[in-house]
Every structure is written in structure tokens, then in C-alpha cells.
Design a protein around this ligand. Structure first.
Ligand code: UT7
Length: 329
């Protein structure tokens, strides 16, 4: 039994916010942003576009690419830290918008590691007993709603967008899908990257608004240092468990797009070439749970990933949660 990636899709909202635009909003400059993060611009959803709109559009494209009708989808899992509501789930709203009438739908919260968590859940658990033939794995974010636009250390980093892959249970024995994975959490680091307001610890109040607790809080340098080691370690674990060589056997490494310097440091430690790494942070910034799903779709649509190729997905984010997954496309 194999799991095939039957189709991929992504959606990036139209409006572009450039570094020059940000210069007019906070005390920053294009040169600092580009050299410290690799970001030149990011896209922002329109006021009336919500996370499920972005996710639904990515799903629609993935279904179209696979030639599969919405009525055939058995489940939808959405990774997001910017859901439409706390409940109902964003996945349920996608169900309504695409009329996925047979689909069981739920959201999953693992911040930037959300899309890998969806794949782990879908491939490792839900599809393992063949109950579901088609599962939509989605990462969708409207991060512009949780950015503190007065905080120059974080507001320059994030963008909106969504990506989706349609997973299919197949019998063809091609050994495609999730080959090996290494997923981890260390809750002891939960303070360094969080959205403090709105949950049971700090329910919404005048105080939480006055103290900007509904925006992203990040200790950037600490997060950066932990990210590189954690990603490399997860990649090496997957490499040894799968019995492959990242450098020689993996066509494309698809890292979470948090900072170009993290990506470059990881690539150096993995001893891989520039052609082996996909980078689009310059255009989209950090789209959290959506970033790897968007990259995956770009890799497929630009031909950088062909049927049979191995892709190594690697991510890191709030929790802390980090991991790597080896996928045969
Ligand atoms: O997706 C989840 C995972 N997220 C990550 O992995 C993000 C990890 N962290 C990072 O990417 C980086 O730490 C940042 C991009 C967030 C920050 O880069 P940094 O090189 O760590 O900068 P820093 O925070 O050490 O700040 C250096 C200087 C400071 O000034 P002083 O104290 O040296 O005078 C900051 O105040 O840069 C200043 N600074 C800025 N200057 C211009 C901070 N933000 C800005 C800004 N424009 N936007």
C-alpha cells in the first residue's frame, strides 16, 4: 500500500506589502530586512478574505490538479494558527465552501510545524487502515490578523497564504508518500514564541488589548539558534532511518520559510547544493503552517519535483515543535 500525492495547490492573496511599505510603518529599512531575513515582500489577504477562503482556494486547485471531484474527499485536516474562529473549525468552513459533502473535517494546531503534523496524522494514522481514500492536507494562514504592526522585530516577517495536497490511498506498490519521519516537541520552550492572548490563560479583555497580547511575541535570537540544530538533527534522524543519503538521494529539501539565514545554515550543515533547496521566503515571508505546503506546490508546478523524486520536508516552530519527513512524490 502507498499514499500518493494526487494533486497540489496553493493560493497567495493579491495584495503585496513591500519592505518599502514597511519603512513607512515602523523604524526599519529594506536593507536590514533583506539581509537579516531574506524577505523582500509578503502578500496580505483582503479584509473580507478569511483563512478558510485561502485554504479553500488551495484545496480547489489541488483537486483540479488531481482531477478529483469534491464529493470524493473523505477528510480535510487544516493546520492553522489563525483559524476563522476558535470553533467551528476552519476545515468545517472549507467543507461548506467547497461542498465536500462526505468529508470529516478538523483543524490541528502546531504553528509553523502544522503542515508536517497534518501529514503525520493523515499518512501515519488516518490513511493507514485505508478507511479514507482521499484526504486533503492543508496549511492556511491569515497571519496579518495576529501581527503587531507596531513591533518592527516581528511585523516584517509574516505573510498570508495557503497550500494543500490531496493524498490518495493507492494499491500500486510504488512506495510513494511518507517514507520516514521524525517529529518532536519540547514544551519547556513554550515561552519563546507565542500568542499570549485570547485563550484560557489570558481571555480577551481591555487589558489583553492594551498589552498587545493578541499579537505574535517572539524571542528571535533564541528561536533562531534552536531552529538550526533541531532541523538538522531531525533531518539526520530521518536520513538514517530511511537508509538514504540526503546529499545523494534527495532531490529537494523543502524547509519552513522562517529566515533565509536559517535555511542557509541548515543547507550548509546538511552539505547540500543550492539546487537541492527550495526558497520563496523573498516573495512570501513566513506563512507559518502554509509555508511548506506552498513550497511543495511550487516545486511540483515548476517541475523541480518529478514523480518518483524524494523530498525532505523540515520545519520548526512554536511549542516548540520540530520535525522532518521524507516523502516520495
Ligand atoms: O516560524 C517560526 C520560527 N521563527 C523563527 O525561526 C525566527 C527566528 N528568528 C529570526 O529569524 C531572527 O532572530 C529575526 C529576523 C527575528 C531577528 O534577527 P536578528 O539577527 O536575530 O536580530 P536581533 O533581534 O538580534 O536584532 C538586532 C538589531 C537590534 O538592534 P540593537 O539592539 O543591535 O541596536 C534590533 O533592535 O536589529 C534591530 N532590529 C531591527 N532593525 C531594523 C530588530 N528588528 C529590526 C527591524 N529593522 N525590523
Amino acid at each position: 500500500m502507498s499514499i500518493k500525492i494526487a494533486g497540489t495547490g496553493s493560493y497567495i492573496p493579491e495584495r503585496i506589502l513591500t519592505n518599502a511599505d514597511l519603512e513607512k510603518m515602523v523604524d526599519t529599512n529594506d536593507e536590514w530586512i533583506r539581509t537579516r531575513t531574506g524577505i523582500s515582500e509578503r502578500h496580505l489577504a483582503a479584509p473580507d478574505q478569511v483563512t478558510s477562503d485561502l485554504g479553500a482556494e488551495a484545496c480547489r486547485k489541488a483537486l483540479e490538479a488531481a482531477g478529483v471531484d469534491a464529493s470524493e474527499v473523505g477528510a480535510v485536516i487544516v493546520a492553522t494558527c489563525t483559524p476563522d474562529y476558535t470553533f467551528p473549525s476552519t476545515a468545517a468552513n472549507i467543507h461548506r465552501k467547497l461542498q465536500l459533502n462526505k468529508a470529516f473535517c478538523f483543524d490541528l494546531s502546531a504553528a509553523c510545524c502544522g503542515f508536517l503534523s497534518v501529514l503525520e496524522t493523515a499518512c501515519g494514522i488516518m490513511m493507514a487502515n485505508k478507511k479514507y481514500r482521499y484526504v486533503l492536507a492543508v496549511g492556511a494562514e491569515k497571519l496579518s490578523t495576529i501581527v503587531n504592526w507596531d513591533d518592527r522585530s516581528t511585523c516584517i516577517l509574516f505573510g498570508d497564504g495557503a497550500g494543500a495536497v490531496l493524498l490518495e490511498n493507492v494499491d500500486d506498490g510504488d512506495n510513494t508518500g511518507l517514507i520516514a519521519s521524525d517529529m518532536n516537541t519540547d514544551g519547556n520552550w513554550s515561552e519563546i514564541l507565542k500568542l499570549p492572548g485570547g485563550g484560557s490563560v489570558n481571555p480577551p479583555s481591555e487589558r489583553t488589548i492594551a498589552e498587545h497580547l493578541h499579537g505574535i511575541h517572539m524571542q528571535g535570537q533564541e528561536t533562531f539558534k534552536l531552529a538550526v540544530n533541531a532541523i538538522v538533527s531531525a533531518c539526520r534522524t530521518v536520513e538514517s532511518e530511511a537508509g538514504i543519503s540526503i546529499r545523494d538521494d534527495v532531490k529537494l529539501v523543502i524547509p519552513h520559510q522562517a529566515n533565509i539565514r536559517i535555511i542557509q545554515a541548515v543547507a550548509k550543515r546538511l552539505d547540500i547544493t543550492d539546487e537541492q533547496v527550495i526558497v520563496n521566503i523573498n516573495r512570501y515571508g513566513n506563512t507559518s503552517a502554509a509555508s511548506i505546503a506552498i513550497c511543495f506546490d511550487e516545486a511540483v508546478r515548476t517541475g523541480r519535483l518529478q514523480r518518483g523524486d524524494l523530498a525532505l520536508l523540515a520545519s520548526f516552530g512554536s511549542g516548540l515543535v520540530w520535525g522532518a519527513q521524507l516523502i516520495r512524490y
